[in-house]
Design a protein around this ligand. Sequence first.
Ligand code: UDP
Ligand code: MG
Length: 326
Amino acid sequence: MQTMKETKTPMPKKRESLSVIIPIYNEEETIPLLYERLAAVLKNLALASEIVFVNDGSRDRSLALLKELASKDKRLRIIDLARNFGHQIAISAGIDHASGNAVVLMDGDLQDPPEMIATFIKKWKEGFEVVYAVRKKRKENLLKRSGYVIFYRLLRKISSVEIPLDSGDFSLMDRRIVDTLRAMPERNRFIRGIRSWVGFRQCGIEYERDRRYAGEVKYTFAKLLRLATDGIFAFSYLPLRVATYLGLTVAATSFLLAVFYFIEKIVSGIDTKGWASTMIIILFLGGVQLLTIGIMGEYVGRIYDEVKQRPLYIVNEKIGWRKQTV
Ligand code: UDP
Ligand code: MG
């Protein structure tokens, strides 16, 4: 069912243990089936495994359900964050705490089929450090689908790192990658981007992304926009260059216009008049200036986030950890 995109020659692996990281934000309807399907997959894998649920400030019964499962299954670990920190941060918390040689990231709404993990492991055993899923089809509304299509293509065009098209966070990463990611303390995290940035041997596997099993989508439009801008500003300087180009264009145009009006005055003696033209130029310049300040602001804001050095997330409680990790 899958086709492969491979880079570089793989090498065989030695020791094996698996951590599956799942961020959970109000997913009470999905958790029972998610656990059931995942447990079935892990059973067939025959590797030591743990499931790390990161509760990202859920307000429903998600945490209670997770605790109940953890009391029965010793492989379950829960990190309960102090509030909702957002998907990318929740995943980062999971990455910090996972102990497996291989770490799988997947969503908690069953859009990422757990059965794919078997294929991930196969490619990992062949020697790939990163195995990521590539969406062949999305079962979402047209607006969202086209948004995604445009965003990934734009990002590919302007980014300084090659980020594979239509690949999300659903992936397996080798310990080497995980340790590298952990050593990257950036605050505005676009994990699928830094995962590509790290390099090593990466392999994409196509799949059809299922519909969310139950409940509302948890990524609001504002959160999606934030993710998209994080992706763009963290991986491209192009917006800053656009500011420069805009400045140059405006300066060149105004110079040419000045020459034109000067010559017109000399040749035909007509004074250039017009309230409209003056207003348009003022507004245009004002617009360009605000735009470029805004672009700079995006970068400055991100620099400010880095400089503050706040912790990425605050843990309220950890459940199911045998001994204190990290
Ligand atoms: N999620 C989270 N924190 C958030 C938003 C989402 O942990 O602030 C989790 C959510 O529970 C789900 C995953 O992230 O497991 C993906 O969210 P969702 O399905 O809403 O987004 P999609 O990627 O499908 O648009
Ligand atoms: Mg989803």
